[in-house]
Design a protein around this ligand. Structure first.
Ligand code: PNS
Length: 171
């Protein structure tokens, strides 16, 4: 790696559909060692998200308000091009279990091939959050389980509202 830039900018990309306390824990810790952290929400309709990009950006914005060096943005196309356009030299990704590693390694190596100057930094999720995934949170919420403590209260309220709207009408 070259000389450390004076102003260290990192991108923390993801689907954030919706943001969980696992994401937030990573944002809190990563924002402590970079000058600027940009949470980048992927615009990808093929993933059939529960929340629109605008809603996801809004939810993230609400919960990162307490971190002055954290910004929220959205992107489409290649992650490394987004990072380069935002002058970021780091991509932050969280790893929960060894099962995350294989996919993350592939992405990190591909991203390095595309843009060798952008470094991927893996951070371990804290034990308290290592089982949380947005997918499981949505599934539990859909089935009426308790999701408090897994997502911020505002997100929990929006999830319940969205899932109620999506309930199929009973015949
Ligand atoms: O929260 P997710 O769904 O695990 O995030 C995945 C994400 C957004 C990091 C990944 O899908 C991505 O980077 N997409 C952008 C397209 C891209 O750059 N693809 C090549 C990656 S090697």
């Amino acid at each position: 790696m070259g000389l450390k830039p004076d102003h260290l900018v990192a991108v923390y990309p993801g689907s954030f559909d919706p943001i969980t306390y696992g994401h937030l824990d990573l944002i809190a810790r990563a924002s402590g060692f970079v000058d600027k952290l940009i949470a980048g929400v992927l615009r990808n309709e093929s993933k059939q998200p529960l929340f629109s990009v605008e809603e996801r950006v809004e939810m993230l914005g609400e919960v990162v308000r307490e971190y002055p060096n954290v910004e929220v943005d959205s992107f489409d196309g290649l992650l490394v091009e987004f990072a380069a356009a935002r002058r970021a030299s780091l991509i932050i990704r969280g790893i929960r279990a060894i099962s995350d590693y294989e996919y993350e390694l592939q992405m990190a190596l591909m991203n390095r091939r595309l843009r060798p100057n952008i470094e991927t930094v893996f951070m371990m999720a804290s034990e308290a959050h290592s089982f949380i995934s947005a997918r499981l949170v949505k599934e539990v919420a859909k089935l009426g389980g308790n999701i408090s403590g897994l997502v911020p209260p505002g997100v929990e309220a929006r999830l319940k509202e969205r899932l109620l709207e999506k309930q199929p009408v009973k015949a």
